[in-house]
Design a protein around this ligand. Structure first.
Ligand SMILES: Cc1cc2nc3c(=O)[nH]c(=O)nc-3n(C[C@H](O)[C@H](O)[C@H](O)COP(=O)(O)O)c2cc1C
Length: 162
């Protein structure tokens, strides 16, 4: 089983977690980047609400990896307005996830929303495993490190079994 960590991060929290996971599992990590800056407005909370309501799907920078090389993807996504940040929606809708195993993790403030159900909806024909929410406040991880380790150890076990 060959895996990869793929994530989007706007303000750095998801990036920190992705880097930890990538080291822990010993797999490569790739950042999804939008071609253009998403925000033109200074009030990003207000602007993002409008973008999400209108189903905004930003164009993404091309990446060098080939998804068909991987059996599983640890997918990191921040919650935006109770759902996936739009860059992740673009990524999921524009790639083939048939038979891929996805382990989703999400960094959030205090309103988790329904991000894992949304990932399942967009990543057609994939197998979405139990996700992990990581609560952040002012850039600091507020959750249980043991819970993160248990979640990652389960992935490690899956990697060996399949
Ligand atoms: C535009 C925007 C919308 C957000 N909406 C939510 C939300 O609905 N619920 C929540 O718990 N946190 C929300 N947050 C907080 C982020 O999910 C949280 O800070 C996350 O860790 C950011 O990840 P990042 O630093 O990798 O970009 C929002 C942040 C931004 C920038």
């Amino acid at each position: 089983m060959k895996g990869i960590v793929i994530y989007y991060s706007y303000s750095g929290n998801t990036s920190k977690v992705a880097s930890f996971i990538s080291n822990y599992l010993g797999v490569e990590s790739i950042e999804i980047k939008t071609k253009e800056n998403i925000f033109s407005d200074e009030n990003i909370i207000k602007q993002s609400q409008k973008l999400i309501k209108n189903g905004f799907e930003p164009q993404l920078e091309k990446n060098s990896y080939n998804l068909s090389d991987y059996d599983f993807i640890v997918l990191g996504c921040p919650v935006w307005w109770f759902t996936c940040a739009p860059a992740i929606v673009s990524f999921l809708k524009n790639n083939d996830f048939t038979n891929k195993i996805i382990y989703p993790f999400s960094t959030t403030g205090s309103w988790k929303g329904h991000i894992f159900q949304d990932i399942e909806k967009y990543a057609l024909n994939s197998i979405v495993k139990k996700g992990l929410y990581l609560n952040f406040s002012n850039g600091e991880f507020m959750g249980s490190k043991q819970e993160v380790q248990d979640w990652l150890d389960k992935i490690k076990l899956d990697m060996k079994i399949f």
